[in-house]
Design a protein around this ligand. Structure first.
Ligand SMILES: NC(=O)c1ccc[n+]([C@@H]2O[C@H](COP(=O)([O-])OP(=O)(O)OC[C@H]3O[C@@H](n4cnc5c(N)ncnc54)[C@H](O)[C@@H]3O)[C@@H](O)[C@H]2O)c1
Length: 371
């Protein structure tokens, strides 16, 4: 088993990564908590599998269950209120534990509930998507959406431990798996050229989900994320680098939503966003075109998008470019009217730039969005 100790000063906890690691939950809960009351908040997809398994394992606990549908539309206050009601009706106090089982939507929402109930009850994450394992369950950001605003109401809150069960990766649909790989590639680009080379070399082993490789790249990505969050929980500067590709990618993600249906998974948006900022970096920092080409080749190898084809999504190209620009300006990472853009000046090294002209950002969208 791989154990990563997360040391965020006042929050020190372990992430356990292995096949079948969920079976350790009783022992760990008994070690870390006193109360025998738990609530499981889970993706209803796992009703007959992990939820059943965990409920059976926790025989000596009083177990309550709240099932919810995944999908960003459900990361809302209504769902939060339903969970508060269960907590109140069953007298779960702050020493009881909330176990979040699911992808980023469930982890973010359940984590938000745990962070606010009596100003903070125990939280355990069992992330079930690769995205949730390498990104959303690490770093403490918990939130729900409000009306049209994503992650509008949120907090910073850490679990008492996290269980990453590699059996879950085996069954994860390829599109979800590849979407998570985009965050892994991001970690390599901002921090570690050797890791990037490794991801180039091991494409087939990783696409085949070879256990040894999966465990290795998950652990590596988590360590990079922790290093950027430590000492900068509230996103002063170092943590901001983790947003590499996200500002523009997020704008593409939300601009292409049609009839409330997303066209791109979060990681696919990140892949497009990275290609857009790679274009900006090439122009703004006079980088060699081979860097852009290397990113493009790697994303393609992992079946991730590197261009948006507007007409395939039934958009007019020019209108979509304008919409992306409008959405990028709304991004909360701006300071006054300057957009802070993270650019990689070489593979493995990134910095924040506040002097990228808007015209170049528009040009980048024009480059990424094809007819
Ligand atoms: N807190 C953070 O730092 C952070 C970082 C990145 C993303 N996020 C948030 O994460 C959310 C996206 O997360 P997500 O991509 O995991 O989405 P998700 O939770 O909606 O899950 C995606 C889909 O995968 C299914 N699924 C989950 N686990 C599965 C498994 N093991 N096998 C088969 N299917 C499975 C779900 O039912 C769902 O249909 C967004 O709301 C985003 O804002 C948060």
């Amino acid at each position: 088993m791989e154990i990563i100790n997360v040391d965020f000063d006042e929050n020190n906890y372990n992430i356990y990564i292995d096949k079948g690691v969920i079976s350790n939950i009783t022992e760990l809960l008994l070690k870390e908590t006193k109360s025998k009351k738990v609530i499981i908040v889970a993706d209803s997809f796992f009703k007959d599998s992990i939820v059943k398994q965990v409920s059976e394992l926790l025989k000596e606990f009083e177990v309550h269950v709240h099932l919810m549908e995944a999908g960003k539309a459900n990361k809302n206050m209504n769902e939060v209120l339903k969970i508060y009601a269960i907590l109140e009706e069953n007298d779960l106090a702050r020493d009881s534990t909330l176990i979040a089982i699911g992808g980023g939507v469930i982890g973010d929402l359940a984590g938000f509930v745990a962070s606010t109930w009596y100003r903070g009850m125990n939280l355990v994450h069992i992330p079930t998507t690769l995205m949730a394992m390498v990104d959303s369950s690490v770093g403490g950001k918990v939130a729900i959406n409000f009306r049209q605003t994503i992650n509008a109401i949120g907090n910073y809150y850490h679990p008492i431990f996290t269980l990453m069960d590699l059996d879950l990766i085996t069954d994860l649909p390829n599109r979800e798996y590849n979407s998570g790989i985009a965050e892994v590639i991001k970690c390599a680009i901002i921090n570690d050229e050797d890791f990037f080379k490794d991801l180039q070399k091991k494409v087939q082993n990783i696409l085949d989900k070879e256990e040894h490789e999966v465990k290795r790249f998950i652990a590596k990505s988590i360590k990079i994320k922790i290093a950027h969050v430590k000492g900068d929980i509230r996103e002063g500067n170092k943590r901001l680098l983790l947003n590499y590709g996200h500002t523009l990618g997020h704008a593409i993600e939300i601009s292409t939503v049609k009839n409330n249906q997303e066209q791109y998974r979060h990681g696919e948006g990140v892949s497009l966003g990275i290609m857009a900022v790679a274009y900006i970096a090439q122009k703004h920092l006079n980088l060699d075109a081979s860097i852009y080409d290397a990113y493009q080749k790697l994303f393609k190898a992992y079946h991730l998008p590197t261009f948006v084809y507007a007409s395939k999504l039934s958009f007019k190209r020019e209108a979509l470019v304008k919409k992306c620009l409008r959405n990028v300006l709304k991004d909360k990472k701006r300071i006054d009217n300057h957009l802070r853009v993270v650019l990689a000046n070489q593979i493995g090294k990134a910095s924040v730039y506040s002097d990228v002209p808007f015209s170049l950002i528009e040009e980048a969208f024009e480059h990424i969005i094809k007819e």
